[in-house]
Design a protein. Structure first.
Length: 330
């Protein structure tokens, strides 16, 4: 019964980063604080909000393969993953191949990211009982997933991902790419097209403020989004303090995110506890929206500093069209 005892997932950041961090540190594929992983990967900057402030907002930051791919590439990691919708007729075949790949990764001492939902970590398996052991980060208790139920959950999606090895990238390049990922997220209004009920980046602020002002929103989802938002902005601020010496403009951006933290500290005043349930105090919605508008302005200014940095260096990854990629019509 292979079991990676050194894996102890703890929910703090986005569930993907929490899962990734515990897997990589346990496998000696990353060293450093979690905020550096979140910053370098660009994941800290992802901000998505459903128009009704549903819980799913926090993980609905785009098509996972498209979003996680650049994040992992900027860490220099080799990865294997798969995912999709369980309704597809070929799901059972992919499921069986995934089970083999997950067990192989565990045998090699590397945990596996798994969509529960949200993202958790597969840390072991037992062939005799045909089960995987999974952590969700909310408690020390292991969850059990039957081989036959791999990928099945109350959402229509399944996903797994593991890691094999890494290469060392130039640190300045990593920082620059993380800023470009942040810019891309900020200026892309919808990451889940053709659906437009989820706003990304700058538009996410608008969706959040509008839903609060209109009063038609999910109470639990609103608090969950705000908690995740505040934690991720703290991650960004810590990350920029660490890397601000890389580019001169980052000192300005770092100070702007520090100022943003001072502003959003007031969000906690706008959350109340009623019968053990945390929810937005509707008497303070106007105050909360004002804080979010100030934060949006500060973040927009910081992103402008990122854009100034990016414009000074060629971006071959985004400006070069490969022969096997898309071409301009002629």
């Amino acid at each position: 019964m292979p079991l990676l005892e050194e894996i102890h997932m703890k929910r703090e950041s986005k569930s993907y980063i929490d899962s990734l961090y515990v897997i990589l540190t346990a496998a000696d594929l990353f060293s450093g604080p979690k905020y550096m992983l979140s910053g370098l990967s660009g994941m800290a900057f992802k901000f998505a909000v459903h128009e009704q402030l549903l819980h799913l907002s926090v993980t609905a930051y785009g098509q996972w393969g498209d979003e996680h791919g650049p994040a992992i590439a900027n860490l220099g990691l080799y990865t294997e993953w798969d995912g999709g919708r369980t309704r597809h007729p070929t799901f059972s075949y992919y499921q069986q191949e995934a089970i083999k790949a997950v067990k192989q990764s565990i045998d090699q001492g590397v945990g596996v990211i798994y969509w529960l939902p949200e993202f958790g970590v597969i840390q072991g398996y037992d062939d005799e009982d045909s089960i995987f052991y999974v952590q969700d980060g909310w408690s020390e208790e292991r969850k059990i997933v039957l081989y036959d139920n791999f990928g099945l959950n109350f959402t229509p999606f399944w996903y797994w991902q593991t890691f094999r090895d890494k290469v060392i990238l130039d640190f300045e390049y990593q920082v620059l790419e993380s800023l470009r990922l942040a810019i891309q997220d900020w200026v892309t209004p919808h990451k889940t097209l053709p659906n437009t009920d989820i706003g990304s980046g700058k538009l996410a602020y608008t969706f959040l403020i509008q839903a609060l002002q209109q009063g038609e929103y999910d109470e639990g989802g609103a608090v969950y989004i705000l908690d995740s938002y505040m934690y991720s902005r703290e991650e960004i601020a810590c990350y920029l303090r660490e890397v601000q010496g890389t580019f001169s403009e980052l000192k300005i951006a770092s100070s702007q995110y520090d100022e943003l933290l001072l502003v959003i500290a007031g969000i906690n005043r706008c959350i109340t506890n009623i019968a053990g349930n945390r929810q937005v105090d509707r008497m303070r919605i106007s105050e909360l929206c004002t804080l979010l508008q100030e934060a949006q302005s500060l973040e927009d200014q910081a992103i402008s500093q990122f854009q100034a940095i990016s414009s000074r260096f060629p971006d071959l990854k985004r400006s070069t069209i490969p022969r096997w990629g898309s071409h301009s019509p002629r």
